[in-house]
Design a protein. Structure first.
Ligand code: HEC
Length: 170
């Protein structure tokens, strides 16, 4: 009886040792470390699309602000929904520098470059497309806000800014 117990014990020990050795040997072959994979990590930029692939949505040709001012027509009517969305997004992405009413003085303005009052006639005369291009790609100093916003969102902000410039909203 004792001998049989010993034998079973011996077999179990050998099996466990075998599994241990095998897992050590196969470590490289079957990695269980999911951290090592080709996905996009936090703080990493998204991968470029494969060469030759064709985007099916949200595709935009990158043009300068000046070109955008000439070529783009605002496709979004300044409806209440558009203005409300524009106001919401302005509060998130622009107010920190440009202030609540577009006249400057947001909390970041003092730490960054104080932006000009963008409700003056000089900025009113800018075409919608130019402002759209500024939001998307930034200005000489202003950082681009484009990556965070969809095309529709950017036009909604343009509409809201127009409203601010007319003193229509605050
Ligand atoms: C980090 C601060 C900062 C943020 C955020 C920011 N801006 Fe600006 N913006 C500036 C500065 C500084 C200028 C003036 C220098 C320049 O044009 O680069 C400016 C210029 C502008 C102009 C004038 C461009 C021209 O020459 O006609 C417009 C319009 C404008 N911003 C709109 C926006 C809108 C809309 C948002 C939000 C989507 C935004 N900005 C977010 C700092 C900022």
């Amino acid at each position: 009886m004792q001998a049989i117990k010993l034998m079973i014990f011996g077999v179990v020990v050998l099996l466990l040792a075998g599994v241990g050795v095998a897992s050590l040997l196969l470590r490289g072959a079957f990695s269980t470390d999911m951290g090592d994979q080709p996905s996009i990590k936090p703080q990493e930029r998204p991968l470029e699309p494969p060469v030759g692939s064709v985007p099916r949505a949200n595709w935009e040709k990158l043009i300068s602000r000046e070109e955008a001012g000439k070529a783009l027509r605002n496709p979004v009517r300044p409806t209440l929904t558009s203005l409300e969305n524009g106001k919401r997004l302005y509060g998130i992405y622009c107010e920190l520098c440009h202030g609540e009413n577009g006249k400057g003085g947001g909390p970041v303005a003092a730490k960054f470059v104080p932006p000009p009052d963008i409700t003056t006639s000089f900025f009113r005369q800018r075409p919608d497309g130019f402002i759209y291009g500024t939001i998307r790609s930034g200005g000489p100093l202003m950082p681009a806000q484009g990556e965070a916003l969809s095309v529709k969102d950017r036009w909604d902000i343009v509409n809201y800014l127009r409203n601010l410039q007319e003193g229509g909203a605050g």
